[in-house]
Design a protein around this ligand. Structure first.
Ligand SMILES: [Zn+2]
Length: 94
């Protein structure tokens, strides 16, 4: 059973690697790939750029929220200020 899981995981990693390799070859060596990448870079710069959150990925600069620790993405801020919820079985002030 464990062998099957490992085999599927290795197969998935192999397919992802082949997919990324095909994408890299396309972007690096083909005219259309270079055109795609340059157009994407141009769009990122012209639309005000994006910031990469390590948890939630890219988000527009205009959506960034300033905190005392720096700028965070909207999803991180939403999780940061989330009011704690209690289940029906536990009471906050027993
Ligand atoms: Zn985030």
């Amino acid at each position: 059973m464990g062998g099957i899981v490992v085999e599927w995981a290795l197969c998935a990693v192999l397919l992802l690697g082949l997919g990324y390799g095909a994408y890299w070859l396309w972007v690096r060596f083909s005219w259309s790939g270079k055109h795609f990448q340059r157009t994407h870079h141009k769009a990122v710069i012209e639309t005000g750029a994006e910031i990469r959150c390590p948890i939630h990925g890219l988000f527009p600069v205009a959506m960034g929220i300033e905190t005392e620790h720096g700028e965070v993405c909207p999803d991180c801020y939403r999780e940061y200020v989330r009011i704690p919820t209690y289940t029906t079985t536990e009471k906050p002030h027993a």
